[in-house]
Design a protein around this ligand. Structure first.
Ligand SMILES: Cc1ncc(COP(=O)(O)O)c(C=O)c1O
Length: 474
């Protein structure tokens, strides 16, 4: 065992005890020293030869550790200026923690660039058009609109939504089967409670807080494997006690693949033959770039598919407005649950959205956003082709995020290294359901929709710097 003191201008205690051998201990000790600020950004580290001599360990062990920490973004190495602690831009709160419901972080925790999925470009919220719609809606609202709302939501909104969803998403909707909610999460919670007992099938990649909402309602979840054709819905037939399946058919979250037509048919056939339900999460179905949008699955069978849409991607999560189109037999149970003390969405925002839709402002906002996101997607794909051709990108036909494949075993260190450089990224494994068979896919879920326009190019540059270098000749 070596010493635990190194001297390079200032004394530094590096604790080389602990599991995993000297190299692992040195990595841990250096990361700790940087993380805690004992090694400040810009500090020049001793040469591998002199640190090895100070610590009484092999020079190669130090050189290897330095190289790994450079790859992870903790250190930087430049010809002529030696190895230094990398410029620190980002405090260390994970974006996932920030976004977990109930946990907004303060300004101090903001990364410089954010490519994590969850929010659209909120800087593009159509403030002027929304204000104009709000003014018109308020002026026209009858006095009774200022009282307590109803569990189903305002008729004005349900009526225009029925038309819009039929036209734009192929949904079979009538206003009486639409229930307005304060976000997809509330809809999912209500549906889970309405189903009562049994299990709900989920995709093996998805959001942990959606699984938690289902569990809180007293239902078990069972994962359906996701592959390059979406969720393997044919697995449903072999599962016992499953009452419903939660799917993202238009653009699987987060792998980005559309549900294959055979799998769409298998899902609907399963629901028909068992009396079960498909819960269709159409969170970003309006954003498709190269072809016409894939129509909603609900269009195939309005008696067995619940359609769930949200304003969180198309406008802003802050609105807390979403909608469910229910099969007839779910309407009364859901309204009964929602009536007994569930929170209702604000009536004035509902009326504003109704006005926004009926005036055509929603369509024109979506047209503008589609162009903006498509431009970014093309920029991302072109930059990768140019500067990181060894990185395969998928899931780009639709939505606001893409998936970048990584060499096996590198996901965590790349996410961590990027974070250190001020770039918030999310790895694919974070979305993997721990109850599903282990998946060995290392990848990044890159939400090119998240940053504001003015910083997108810089965020993209930061992403390219964070990616692993290609092998020579790749
Ligand atoms: C997979 C998925 N489903 C649903 C939603 C919408 O959630 P909410 O309406 O609760 O904001 C999101 C986020 O926008 C999402 O990523």
């Amino acid at each position: 065992m070596g010493n635990s003191w190194a001297t390079f201008g200032r004394d530094l205690h590096l604790d080389l005890t602990g599991p995993g051998g000297l190299r692992a201990a040195l990595l841990r000790a250096l990361r700790d020293a940087v993380r805690s600020g004992r090694l400040a950004p810009g500090t020049r580290l001793p040469s591998s030869r002199s640190l090895a001599a100070d610590l009484g360990i092999a020079r190669n062990t130090v050189a290897d550790a330095y190289a790994e920490l450079v790859a992870e973004g903790w250190l930087s190495a430049r010809q002529g200026s030696g190895t230094r602690v990398a410029a620190r831009v980002l405090p260390r709160t994970t974006p996932a923690a920030r976004r977990t419901p109930g946990g907004p972080a303060g300004h101090a925790d903001r990364p410089r660039f954010d490519l994590t999925p969850g929010t659209p470009d909120v800087s593009a919220f159509p403030r002027t058009a929304w204000l104009a719609a709000a003014r018109r809606a308020l002026t026209a609202a009858p006095s009774e609109a200022f009282g307590y709302g109803t569990p189903s939501g305002r008729a004005e909104l349900r009526t225009v939504l029925a038309d819009y969803l039929a036209r734009a998403r192929g949904v079979r909707a009538d206003p009486d089967r639409i229930v307005i909610c304060a976000g997809f999460m509330q809809g999912l919670a209500l549906l889970s409670r309405a189903l009562g007992t049994g299990r709900l099938a989920v995709e093996s990649y998805g959001l942990d807080f959606h699984r938690a909402v289902i569990a809180r309602a007293g239902l078990g979840t069972v994962p359906l494997t996701v592959d390059e054709r979406g969720a393997r819905t044919e697995e449903l037939a072999a599962l016992d006690g499953v009452r419903a399946a939660l799917l993202t058919p238009a653009h699987q979250f987060p792998t980005g693949v559309p549900l294959h037509p055979d799998r769409r048919a298998a899902a609907v056939n399963w629901a028909r033959s068992t009396g079960g339900f498909i819960l269709e999460d159409d969170y970003d179905g309006e954003f498709r770039y190269d072809r016409q949008p894939v129509g909603a699955l609900q269009g195939l069978d309005a008696d067995h598919v619940v359609y769930l849409g949200t304003a969180s991607k198309s406008l802003a999560p802050a609105l807390r407005l979403s909608w469910m189109v229910l099969p007839d037999r779910l309407v009364d149970p859901v309204l009964a649950l929602k009536g007994t003390g569930e929170w209702q969405s604000g009536t004035l925002d509902q009326l504003t959205l109704a006005e926004f839709l009926s005036s055509g402002a929603y369509d024109s906002h979506l047209r503008g956003m589609r162009l903006r996101y498509r431009r970014r997607r093309d920029q991302l794909v072109a930059a990768l082709a140019d500067r990181a051709p060894h990185v395969h990108v998928s899931g780009i036909a639709a939505g606001l995020h893409a998936v970048l494949e990584l060499p096996s075993g590198t996901e965590q260190s790349i996410v961590q290294g990027a974070r250190w450089q001020g770039l918030a990224l999310e790895g694919l494994s974070r979305f993997h359901d721990p109850a599903a068979p282990p998946a060995s896919r290392d990848a990044l879920v890159v939400a090119y929709g998240t940053p504001p326009d003015h910083s997108f190019t810089h965020a993209l540059d930061a992403l390219l710097r964070a990616l692993p270098p290609g092998e020579p000749g790749e």
